[in-house]
Design a protein around this ligand. Structure first.
Ligand code: ADP
Length: 259
């Protein structure tokens, strides 16, 4: 793993206006997908955005935004983020950039992960950003506490919670809600992902699983329901095949919901 030997610079977030965590109770519900869509929606709204990918077990942001595995450079203030576009509107730092072997993360023990996350959160030279989105690992673990501890030196505006409609996932997201309450992180809202399936032939949306779990949960917990995103083969293909990312999502549901 690349080590950053520069002096820790706690001022790296001082030009970042808002910090938003993206949380989910378990993996595979679309947390990284929603993080990516939120970033693209904000860019379409003219904002300068950063994504900090601290999902040690599955850093998928570089793949979704087709930035590959570039060499991370250092400046006096710390690690220089990787820009996904020539206009430098979208800055990315992913734990995936720093691992020599993509299997390395899964064998780490807790303290090593916590220490790296601490440094990683504090030591990226973001420059000026309107919003920094933090893609966290699934669940509520030591890694989350490490993220929060380090971000709190600056400020955390709140968290967007991602769930699928099924009860098991919403049960998991309930634990995320408790986590946010216990750690005093404001819940900005809940997104229900994989909410029905859009047929690529007739565009009709069928509910494969139950529907409305996210909305119901938002009502029960007094949170804002931000919207639902169907399972969409076009969205999956955009993420897998890497279309021009700034063109990929303008019609997507999340973009419509938050713009
Ligand atoms: P997580 O970050 O929660 O582990 P991901 O965002 O990596 O989940 O999504 C898991 C997989 O599901 C990815 O292959 C992604 O492309 C796909 N996916 C997520 N949301 C959707 C959606 N709404 N429509 C189609 N595919 C989706």
């Amino acid at each position: 793993m690349q080590q950053n030997k520069r002096k820790l610079n706690k001022g790296n977030l001082h030009q970042v206006k808002h910090v938003v965590l993206v949380l989910s109770g378990k993996g595979g519900v679309g947390k990284s997908t929603i993080t990516t869509e939120l970033a693209l929606a904000l860019i379409h709204a003219g904002k300068k955005v950063g994504i900090l990918d601290v999902d040690l077990c599955g850093p998928s942001i570089p793949r979704m935004l087709r930035v590959g595995k570039p060499e991370v450079h250092q400046c006096d203030a710390g690690w220089v983020p990787v820009y996904a576009d020539p206009q430098q509107q979208l800055a990315i730092m992913s734990i995936g950039f720093l691992l020599e072997d993509s299997d390395e993360a899964v064998i780490w023990r807790g303290p090593k992960k916590t220490a790296l996350i601490g440094q990683f959160v504090s030591d990226v030279a973001w420059g000026e950003l309107d919003v920094l989105l933090v893609d966290t690992p699934p669940g509520t673990s030591d890694e989350h506490l490490a993220v929060l501890e380090n971000l709190r030196k600056h400020r955390v505006d709140g968290a967007v919670l991602v769930t699928t409609p099924q009860a098991v996932s919403t049960g998991d997201v309930r634990r995320e809600i408790t986590f946010c309450k216990k750690t005093a992180v404001k819940i900005l809202g809940i997104v229900e992902n994989m909410s029905g399936f859009v047929c690529p032939h007739c565009s009709e949306c069928s509910n494969i699983f139950s529907k409305g779990g996210g909305e119901e949960l938002a009502k029960l917990t007094g949170s804002v329901f931000l919207g639902s995103v169907p399972l969409d083969p076009l969205l999956a293909a955009s993420l897998e095949e890497g279309q021009d990312f700034l063109q990929a999502f303008p019609d997507s549901s999340t973009y419509t919901a938050i713009s």
